[in-house]
Design a protein around this ligand. Structure first.
Ligand code: SAM
Length: 311
């Protein structure tokens, strides 16, 4: 079967940017990475569904809040060890989360596709983030990231916008320590703080008009997003950029989407958040600047973009 590739035009469609506006680094990476894929055939789909069903039986899919925190603390401590032993040129690799294990399947353009490049998910994630940062955060003087994890997003941000002050928040202490390492070794205005989105510390100093970012982090909150939403509103950001699963955008008549919904619900991922933002918009409290699903996987589920600001 003929291989297809994900090209510049596809990124501009998915991230709603003019092709001529794609940053230079994105264009270079599109050329460097192997972004080939082929649509799945029936036997691929059967294998994918079988893998899914086996995973679905795994009781470890749902974790308590504390198990979740400990799992992240443990994972990010390994990244902290790696970055301490790496040269700055290798930091991006050192900060790659361990859950990008590689897979021959990928969700793309509302279909299941198959690739020989088992790192396709991660490489597309790098490009996707660069598009999002360029499209929505260029020019921000302060960027505060919720659930910053290994700080890989902050590293990408600091390369794209060296002048921006970056504040990383996460309940894992290892995330704070990685941010400190980045600040010291790169001499960049990066800081990290231990911070629980479920019980936010309102005394944390975030200047009014900062940009706020979350990537696969609100996903962890399930339906418990009210406290962090109050926190965001109280800090009066200029923009909030979120790349998170939005269950409202899935189609309950599509097999692939029903599987993704099932996975997200079993993991206790973010649910009802977009509906809540819509209701705040109807009350004139916030303005949603954009909300859409780029149809770019994940192996098992997809993230969507929601961009908004308080009114
Ligand atoms: C899937 S990881 C994503 C990390 C990072 N944003 C990225 O894009 O690689 C989710 C992150 O959210 C953090 N997190 C989960 N629940 C949290 C909470 N209640 N408060 C703060 N951080 C939390 C985890 O520690 C983890 O770093």
């Amino acid at each position: 079967m003929t291989m297809q590739t994900i090209a510049k035009e596809d990124f501009s469609r998915m991230f709603r940017m003019d092709p001529s506006d794609l940053p230079e680094r994105v264009v270079r990476l599109i050329g460097e990475y192997d972004l080939h894929y082929r649509p799945s055939q029936m036997k691929d789909l059967e294998e994918y569904v079988l893998n899914f069903l086996k995973l679905d039986e795994n009781s470890k899919l749902s974790r308590s809040g504390e198990e979740n925190r400990l799992a992240f603390e443990h994972g990010w401590s390994e990244n902290l060890d790696k970055i301490r032993q790496s040269d700055p040129g290798d930091y991006q690799l050192a900060l790659k989360p361990g859950y990008f294990r590689g897979n021959r399947f990928f969700r793309y353009d509302n279909q299941l596709v198959v690739t020989d490049n088992h790192q396709l998910e991660y490489e597309l994630f790098v490009i996707a983030r660069l598009c999002i940062f360029h499209g929505w955060l260029a020019g921000a003087r302060v960027i505060c990231e919720f659930g910053c994890g290994t700080c890989a997003n902050m590293l990408l941000l600091s390369e794209a916008m060296p002048e921006a002050t970056l504040i990383g928040l996460d309940w894992a202490k290892a995330s704070r320590d990685i941010a400190s390492h980045l600040r010291q070794s790169l001499a960049k205005p990066i800081s990290g703080h231990v911070f629980n989105m479920l019980d936010p510390d309102h005394t944390l100093d975030i200047p009014e008009g900062a940009a706020m970012l979350s990537i696969h982090a609100f996903e962890q909150l399930g339906t418990r997003f009210d406290a962090i939403l109050d926190f965001i509103m109280s800090k009066r950001p200029s923009i909030v950029v979120q790349y998170e699963p939005v269950l409202e955008f899935y189609d309950s008549e599509s097999v692939l989407d029903v599987l993704a919904l099932r996975y997200c619900r079993k993991r206790g991922y973010l649910e009802g958040y977009y509906t809540k933002l819509r209701s705040l918009e109807e009350k004139g409290i916030i303005k949603i600047l954009g909300a859409w699903r780029p149809y770019l996987g994940g192996v098992l589920h997809e993230s969507s973009l929601i961009i908004w600001r308080p009114v």
